[in-house]
Design a protein around this ligand. Structure first.
Ligand code: FES
Length: 146
């Protein structure tokens, strides 16, 4: 990942540790232009991996932080995870932000863990990391339908 990214903290790594299949935390970050943006930060304990996307579904504004995380599979081969919107079930790749049923895309942000042990902190990039992915984006002014 590019070293030109800047990061903001989400919270301690321990707050994501769970016996649940996945956990999600909603975080509001401040962008370089001083606007704020709500992100949904997902964690899968079985993969020890994080994904962060815009919390606002581009369809009708559903809160993706209230959605679920599922495997993307084809012919029994797992090749990624998708975040499924709780309102109408559109699914977005956690890696590319692409939707499986429309031309819409959600912003993806990079996630990293800084430190170790009890001091480990989860951070997300202020910058969108999937700008190269084509598709329609919208966030309804940053207000989610909860
Ligand atoms: S608002 Fe997300 S699928 Fe409709």
């Amino acid at each position: 990942m590019s070293s030109s990214l800047t990061y903001v903290p989400v919270g301690p790594l321990s707050s994501f540790t769970s016996t649940e299949p996945f956990t999600c935390q909603k975080v509001r970050i401040t962008l370089e232009n001083d606007k704020t943006k709500s992100l949904a930060v997902f964690y899968r304990p079985d993969m020890n991996q994080f994904w962060a996307v815009n919390n606002i579904c581009p369809h009708q504004g559903g809160a993706l932080s209230r959605g679920s995380l599922v495997d993307i599979e084809d012919m029994g081969i797992k090749w990624g995870v998708a975040i499924v919107c709780p309102l109408h079930g559109w699914a977005f790749s956690g890696d590319t932000g692409e939707c499986d049923t429309s031309a819409y895309v959600v912003d993806v942000h990079h996630v990293r863990v800084q430190g170790s042990g009890e001091d480990a902190v989860v951070e997300v990039s202020r910058e969108v990391t999937n700008k190269h992915v084509g598709g329609r984006r919208r966030d309804f002014g940053g207000v989610a339908v909860e």
